[in-house]
Write a protein of this length. Structure first.
Length: 164
């Protein structure tokens, strides 16, 4: 058994925009394919170039697509004793970017796709992202780290734009 400790860098911003506007800004760069249909198309692909085309048609301008959206605030809103605020976890990524990292560091599959957390608080709408490069740094793979840093740049740019 092996246990490894490492530091994760968290990128965070607070926006004065509304919760809805921040989410809309994020979704300006994140594609939202019908995942059931997309999964069937991927499974039916017979070549890597076909897979690439499917992914390219599914991603948004930030080169990401949504795999899942979790409304973490739902249970809070149902509990009369809890502060009912909105919090959403967006699980997003790009299978082609993940492939580039995983071929050098298989453990990258534990961290991709990434999470963007959006929640409202008294001081504004918070947007946070745990940077992929910090997850992969301990594996000492320059190739995987370069891909992770490029992914981090795409996600942080998207967050900055969405936050306004």
């Amino acid at each position: 058994m092996t246990i490894t400790n490492f530091t994760v860098e968290k990128f965070s911003l607070v926006s004065s925009k509304s919760f809805e506007d921040v989410l809309a800004g994020l979704y300006n760069g994140i594609g939202r394919p019908n995942m059931a249909a997309f999964s069937r198309e991927l499974a039916a692909a017979t070549s890597f170039s076909e897979l690439q085309e499917l992914v390219r048609s599914a991603v948004g301008s930030a080169d990401l697509m949504e795999f899942m959206r979790l409304d973490l605030g739902g249970p809070l809103r149902l509990d009369p004793a809890a502060k009912a605020y909105r919090i959403v976890r967006i699980v997003a990524g790009n299978p082609l970017i993940m492939k580039q990292m995983v071929e050098h560091v298989p453990h990258a599959g534990s961290y991709a796709p990434v999470t963007i957390l959006v929640y409202e608080s008294d001081d504004g709408v918070h947007i946070t992202y745990d940077k992929m490069a910090s997850f992969l740094a301990p594996y000492e793979s320059p190739a995987a780290l370069a891909v992770a840093q490029d992914l981090d740049a795409k996600v942080t740019k998207l967050i900055v734009e969405a936050a306004g």
